[in-house]
Design a protein. Structure first.
Length: 256
């Protein structure tokens, strides 16, 4: 009987020791991961932090590890993986401040995954959506000004995409299609910095078709909307030069 009690006690203590050892291992892994992150060793940090996340789900330690895991991915420019980790963190975190930071990191990931204006702009639209969601969810955030500026920058990218499509159609002498794209920029991206260039290009489009009266009338309706006097004068000079026909220098506008 005594032997049996001893064996049971031994097994109990052995199991407890093993369990404590695993908890200690998790804590050690987290601390190592945190230290690697602070030292800029992000790849090594990921390995340690991922172990904690996978082996201790639902704990505060795992949640803290998940946040640092997202930061490590972000620093390594692994934006898709970073966004996933920050999203998982923000769903379960009870910290308003850290959740806000994680949500803005998701926006930054989307911005960094956005293509240049020459390429497909689906990712740009997604980034704008993420930023608008952030502004709606955190109307008092100190990051609102940054978020608004990022949206403006992304909208400019979309405007440039439309504008370059219009320029391509101009080169192909597909004037109706070019005008559709130009008017689309005027309607949707009226607040971007290229809007005067768009108005100027519409004047140029009409002149390319020898529609001087239409170009003149259009410019008269748009004069007060120009924000740049230089661009307005450039449009006026184009019409003035048209009396003798557009010269080579004017046609070079198509290839700037």
């Amino acid at each position: 009987m005594y032997k049996l009690k001893f064996i049971i006690l031994f097994l109990f203590l052995g199991c407890s020791a093993t369990k404590m050892s695993f908890v200690d291992e998790l804590q050690l892994k987290f601390e190592k991961g945190e230290q690697f992150y602070k030292s800029g060793k992000y790849t090594r940090a990921k390995d340690e932090l991922q172990f904690v996340v996978m082996n201790n789900p639902g704990s505060q330690m795992a949640l803290d590890a998940q946040y640092l895991l997202g930061e490590s991915h972000f620093e390594l420019k692994e934006y898709e993986d970073a966004a996933l980790e920050f999203d998982r963190f923000s769903r379960f975190s009870q910290s308003y401040e850290k959740t806000e930071t994680a949500r803005f990191r998701i926006c930054e990931c989307a911005i960094n995954m956005s293509n240049s204006f020459q390429k497909d702009q689906t990712s740009t639209l997604e980034a704008i959506d993420r930023l608008q969601e952030f502004i709606e969810d955190y109307p008092s955030s100190k990051r609102l000004d940054t978020a608004s500026k990022e949206i403006a920058s992304l909208r400019l990218k979309l405007a440039k995409k439309e504008f370059e499509s219009a320029r391509l159609y101009l080169k192909l002498e597909e004037y109706d299609s070019a005008l559709i794209y130009l008017n689309n920029v005027l309607t949707q991206y009226y607040d971007t910095e290229i809007i005067d260039e768009v108005r100027l290009t519409i004047v140029f489009l009409y002149l390319l078709q020898n529609e001087v009266e239409t170009a003149t009338f259009y410019l008269e309706t748009q004069e007060e909307k120009f924000t740049s006097n230089v661009k307005l004068e450039e449009a006026q000079n184009l019409i003035f030069k048209m009396e003798n026909g557009l010269g080579l220098s004017e046609y070079l506008r198509l290839y700037k």
